[in-house]
Design a protein around this ligand. Structure first.
Ligand code: NDP
Length: 453
């Protein structure tokens, strides 16, 4: 196993996030490979860590002053053993090959866990939508899709949103795709509800992460009712995680953005959340503006000199990190544990560093890794694809019920796999469970299909 990992590192130098994601999965798979020598013989690990295809392209566009701007566009078509490539697009200045390959790699196991027929992909650009006019965002999206359209299709590759790509951007990209391909087809998910989008898709990732927390807690005799919760981020995932925690009787006391976090001891109820949604989705403002509206709350700016984030030092029972990768380090995890936190459900992708994960697992915290906990988003994207193929739409209640059932299955399948491969009967390791349950389905499909699986 370590030989294969060393080769991945040598072949993918300067890609720390990708290496980190591969290592975490490989570490979980040792007992599986021991039981299944056929996976070794077929070089499944070597193949699964190599994208089927990487597309990189120039994105030139005209800004509002008439000047040409040039960004880098990417699409990683990672694995198609279970279905068309599927995964989001991220627009953020930090986007690079390493980050997109880590996300595409995670997507393989996540999509497999949803039980739906989806392969894995990820893409995006180093474009920063912050501070751009709607017109500039549209010009960029059109230029981006002007190249991407030739690589995607409803049976080939179906992108969705991620950081920096919400309903507005999906709309602009879908319009351009429709023009270039001369067809109206389900090529992107996260579309508007009146033109092919699924109800509950905007809510799905946040709701799903909270359903996962709820399932972990119930399986261990606990509940979200009355629990104090920390949520990081204030974007799509954070907003709907907050809404679902409120529905289930918990209290969210913190939200953040890349500049800092707010703390509201009284809880962010439905009215306050509506203010955050308008602030972030329409006014595109900063989370610190929350404090002007609700003066009993406090704002703490990010201090780059601190080796921990004080957000994770607030006393709470449950944490749902929903901003970005590596936002909870070992020290942050220790602070959460010290203050009595007993469950963490990762709304974001890989928000906890390997040191942080180790602290949670060693302390017996119920830890739902992103590839299980945030799979609700891609699951409802899969349901959007089904509705598009059938040319009909399900009600909110029907989609939410299906999402809830999928999250229950993800929880149960991860827990079962964790128990089946545990080294002792006290161990509750959802990280291993999710990696193993996700891997087995893809690996068996790849075996069935021979070298092109
Ligand atoms: P949004 O763009 O809607 O929101 C992202 C939030 O995280 C914003 O509050 C943003 O702050 C903050 N953030 C972004 N980068 C950083 C950073 N480097 N440091 C601190 N804060 C940061 O994205 P989503 O809510 O869609 O995505 C959040 C996470 O969830 C990501 O990890 C994404 O991959 C994951 N995810 C999303 C899914 C979805 O369906 N949307 C599906 C599965 C996973 P600011 O406003 O300052 O940029």
């Amino acid at each position: 196993m370590s030989d294969v990992y060393e080769k991945v590192v040598a072949k993918n130098p300067n890609e720390p996030e990708f290496q980190q994601a591969v290592k975490e999965v490989f570490d979980s798979l040792t007992p599986v490979l021991d039981k299944h020598p056929e996976f070794r013989a077929a070089k499944i690990l070597e193949r699964i860590a190599e994208p089927e295809r990487v597309i990189m392209f120039r994105v030139p566009w005209l800004d509002d002053t008439g000047e040409i701007q040039v960004n880098k566009g990417f699409r990683i078509e990672m694995n198609s053993a279970l279905g068309p490539y599927k995964g989001g697009l991220r627009f953020h200045p930090t986007v690079n090959l390493s980050i997109l390959k880590f996300l595409a790699f995670e997507q393989i196991f996540k999509n497999s866990l949803t039980t739906l027929p989806m392969g894995a992909g990820k893409g995006g650009a180093d474009f920063d939508p912050k501070g751009k006019s709607d017109n500039e965002v549209m010009k960029f999206c059109q230029a981006f899709m002007g190249e991407l359209f030739r690589h995607i299709g409803p049976n080939t590759d179906v992108p969705a949103g991620d950081i920096g790509v919400g309903g507005r951007e999906i709309g602009f990209m879908f319009g351009m795709y429709k023009k270039m391909a001369n067809e109206f087809t389900g090529v992107l998910t996260g579309k508007g509800a009146t033109w092919g989008g699924s109800l509950i898709r905007p809510e799905a990732t946040g709701y799903g992460a909270v359903y996962m927390a709820d399932e972990m807690l119930k399986a261990h005799g606990k509940s979200l009712k009355g629990a104090t919760c920390l949520v990081s981020g204030s974007g799509n995932v954070a907003q709907y995680a907050t809404e679902k925690i409120n529905h289930l009787g918990g209290k969210v006391v913190a939200l953040s953005d890349s500049s800092g976090f707010i703390y509201d001891e009284e809880g962010i109820d439905a009215d306050k959340l509506a203010f955050v949604m308008e602030l972030k989705n329409i006014k595109r403002g900063r989370i610190k503006e929350y404090v002007s509206k609700y003066p009993k709350s406090t704002y703490t700016p990010i201090d780059p000199n601190l080796e921990y984030n004080p957000l994770w030092d607030i006393k709470a029972d449950v944490a749902v990190p929903s901003a970005t990768q590596n936002e909870i380090n070992g020290k942050d995890a220790q602070n959460l544990v010290k203050n009595g936190c007993f469950a963490v459900s990762e709304g974001a992708n890989m928000p906890t560093t390997p040191e942080g994960v180790e602290v949670f697992l060693d302390s017996g915290v119920l830890f739902g890794p992103g590839k299980a906990a945030n799979a609700g988003g891609v699951a409802v994207s899969g349901l959007e694809m089904s509705q598009n193929s059938m040319r009909l739409s399900w009600t909110r209640e029907e989609v939410d019920q299906r999402l809830h059932n999928i999250m229950k299955d993800i929880h149960n399948n991860s827990l079962e796999a964790a128990k089946a491969y545990a080294t002792n009967d006290k161990e509750i390791n959802y990280v291993n469970g999710a990696n193993i349950a996700g891997f087995l389905k893809v690996a068996n499909a790849m075996l069935d299909m021979g070298t092109w699986g």
